[in-house]
Design a protein around this ligand. Structure first.
Ligand code: ADP
Ligand code: MG
Length: 360
């Protein structure tokens, strides 16, 4: 299977939309289209709209951006930057330049817990789906790790070019591309006059407005111990719901793409650039809620690598970011700002998890 930056089909929906009631919502018209793209299932639901034709342009935009940002397709702009590593800068489109720039900002802000030059490690581990993959040789991990360094990415604003200083370096935007694309889709919908919509890129959710002026949208939070296995949303095992409007909700977890090693350990797809191994920070799942989806996407991956304490400290210093963490010792820790927005399913999960709201 050709790998892209998105989790493969069959492992989608870190978060899924609770559609219960959608079918029965009576008068409200909702134009909905579901397609397979970005190696995942994409659903866009435009509320108050009856013409599905308005969803054509958003899906075109998804494919256009996938063609530019996907490190696994040879003719993407990211692949061209990677092929010219150590040789020369590559001039790219505004989209690619902005996505790389945003990724670089987060690499800096997180001191490299998030690193867009993670490509050599991603290629080495080849973590695709449960059951696939082997633990690489330590010498190979060391060699790949030596090529990961966001400080060696040179951006030229005037020329719109990106240069990787060392040969062998590789950008991989897997941890931020879906977020960037979600924001772009939201802009297309807005330019078409859509005021309320749910954009679900395989679990990266972007909300435009709310269900109505009074009612927020409802987004289900997947149970990391019992994640959806077939992409269907009706059999969701969910820890609770998030009641949100105008925000993006993005989840990262160690159960999305992984293999079990001969040592019985779970080797998953979120890598710690410092060790070269899957991050072991005591977290099982991280959900970030903020208005820009590229930010939510970058932060969910960053927080997963950083661990709970560092992530909370980061949130404490940042405006407008909320989060819900699930730890490996079965605690759900949410930021204080989520007290009204996160409704825990106490009845079904009160025995398995403890819930606390914390001031970051
Ligand atoms: P998903 O793509 O499954 O929704 P994430 O947004 O957390 O999950 O992104 C994980 C992907 O990001 C990996 O598959 C890999 O391509 C890339 N990646 C892994 N570790 C890092 C890291 N520390 N920094 C930046 N990107 C990473
Ligand atoms: Mg991410």
């Amino acid at each position: 299977m050709k790998r892209k930056y998105i989790k493969p089909a069959g492992l989608l929906m870190a978060v899924c939309i609770a559609v219960t009631g959608l079918a029965g919502c009576g008068k409200e018209k909702v134009a909905t289209r579901t397609d397979f793209a970005l190696d995942t299932v994409i659903t866009i639901a435009a509320y108050g709209q009856s013409d599905e034709g308005i969803l054509k342009e958003p899906f075109n935009r998804i494919r256009e951006l996938d063609g530019k940002l996907n490190a696994f397709s040879e003719d993407s702009e990211i692949s061209k930057i990677n092929a010219a590593a150590g040789l020369e800068p590559v001039a790219v489109s505004e989209d690619t330049f902005n996505a790389v720039k945003k990724g670089l900002e987060y690499s800096e802000k997180t001191g490299g817990a998030f690193d867009i030059t993670i490509g050599p490690l991603v290629d080495l581990w080849k973590i695709e789906a449960p059951g696939e993959g082997v633990v690489p040789e330590q010498s190979d991990i060391d060699a790949a790790r030596a090529l990961v360094d966001y400080r060696k990415v040179v951006l030229d604003e005037a020329a719109h070019s990106v240069f990787l200083k060392d040969p062998g370096m590789k950008i991989n935007l897997g941890a931020i591309a879906k977020g960037y694309i979600g924001d772009a889709v939201k802009s297309v919908l807005q330019s078409e006059g859509v005021e309320r919509a749910i954009i679900n890129l395989g679990g990266n959710v972007v909300l435009l407005g709310g269900k109505s002026n009074r009612e927020p949208f409802t987004v289900s939070l997947e149970n990391p111990e019992d994640p959806l296995s077939n992409g269907s949303i009706s059999d969701a095992s969910t820890l609770g719901v998030l009641r949100e409007r105008d925000n993006s909700i993005v989840t990262s977890g160690d159960y999305e793409r992984y293999f079990i090693g001969p040592d019985g350990k779970r080797y998953h797809h979120i890598l710690d650039p410092k060790t070269g191994y899957p991050a072991e920070s005591g977290l099982h799942q991280v959900t970030v809620i903020t208005d820009v989806s590229a930010d939510a996407d970058a932060l969910s991956t960053s927080f997963f690598v950083m661990g709970l304490d560092q992530a909370m400290a980061y949130i404490g210093e940042t405006e407008g970011v909320e989060a819900v963490f699930v730890t490996t010792d079965n605690r759900i820790v949410a930021t204080k700002g989520m007290e009204d927005a996160f409704i825990f399913d106490e009845q079904n999960y009160g025995n398995q998890y403890t819930l606390e709201f914390t001031e970051p």
